[in-house]
Design a protein around this ligand. Structure first.
Ligand SMILES: Nc1ncnc2c1ncn2[C@@H]1O[C@H](COP(=O)(O)OP(=O)(O)OP(=O)(O)O)[C@@H](O)[C@H]1O
Length: 293
């Protein structure tokens, strides 16, 4: 598989729950890159990851990983995936060592030396019972398992949740190391846009059950604009050109998904800046009705 080949291909993947629908998602994840999946609470990030991992049954559509179809080729596909989640999927009554003995035989490339080094680095003891671990320690254990079988693909649901700021940064550095070998690929979900600023190449943004975009960070920052100006510039046309608006008594701030159009409309009467990922998430989630402060 060459770089720029698709490691994961989603074709109209959707899921309906009684009170939530993930609208059909068609997208691909390229080999050699880190994609961050971001969006507000309840946007559907975990649902999408569970569908990719075969942990939930899609209502429609399909998933291909490494060019092979899920769930038919699940076992051989999963051998090459390191999966990390903020939900604990291990047997709580077992010790770390006993859980490792259950998991390791599933991986032909299990690396005992690497695993021992990671346990030591994460200050985890093989004799500790899983139920006695804190949330952050469980996350570290999940990472140790995921990074000990020479996975080609890491899929992580909120891997930085429950981690202190020091380890959080260490984890991001470890992920940057992992991706150095550009045959590898990482997908992770997060609420924390600074995690993405630091390491993501691509950003997939989800809102209310839909994938809003999946583009490279550069493309996103070129396309979006944050407009700051006097309230007198707000009329039907200008409001219509903004995805989200926040008005105050002194002026407004709004997000445009088309920088050129924003420059044409607001010209020299507004400050036009490059938004942060957090701005994009905030205004897209809030919409035009916006926040009045
Ligand atoms: N098994 C399920 N049965 C019914 N509804 C579900 C189930 N799993 C998820 N949902 C619903 O799907 C919606 C999306 O949840 P999901 O966990 O995918 O969001 P998320 O973007 O990961 O959110 P967060 O950032 O809060 O973790 C929520 O409204 C949730 O209640």
């Amino acid at each position: 598989m060459n770089q720029d080949e698709n490691v994961i291909e989603l074709d109209g993947l959707s899921k309906s729950y009684s009170r939530f629908r993930l609208e059909p998602v068609t997208m691909s994840f390229k080999q050699g890159y880190i994609t961050g999946l971001v969006g507000p609470n309840g946007a559907g990030k975990s649902t999408l990851i569970k569908l990719i991992m075969g942990m939930a049954v899609p209502s429609s559509g399909g998933v291909k990983i490494f060019g092979r179809r899920m769930p038919e080729r699940e076992l051989e596909i999963k051998e090459r995936i390191g999966y990390v989640s903020d939900e604990c999927h291990y047997y709580e009554h077992l010790s770390i060592g006993a859980m490792k003995n259950v998991l390791a035989p599933f991986y032909s490339r299990w690396d005992e030396k690497q695993y021992s080094q990671l346990l030591e680095r994460f200050e985890l003891h093989p004799k500790s019972k899983i139920r006695s671990l804190s949330k952050g320690m469980k996350m570290k254990l999940s990472l140790a398992f995921a990074l000990s079988h020479h996975a080609d693909l890491l899929i992580m649901d909120e891997p930085t949740a429950g981690l202190d700021p020091v380890f959080r940064r260490e984890l991001l550095d470890m992920l940057a190391d992992f991706i150095q070998d550009d045959t590898r690929t990482i997908i992770f979900s997060t609420h924390v846009t600074t995690d993405l600023d630091r390491i993501a190449d691509y950003i997939a943004f989800m809102n209310k059950g839909s994938l809003v975009f999946c583009d490279s960070k550069e493309e996103i920052f070129e396309r979006y604009a944050l407009v700051k100006a006097d309230n007198s510039l707000l009329d039907r046309d200008t409001r219509g050109a903004l995805l989200g608006i926040r008005e105050t008594s002194v002026g407004f701030e709004g997000l445009s998904a088309d920088r050129k159009e924003a420059e044409r409309l607001f010209g020299g009467f507004a400050h036009i800046e490059t938004p942060t990922l957090e701005d994009i998430m905030f205004y897209t989630a809030k919409g035009r009705s916006g926040a009045h402060v």
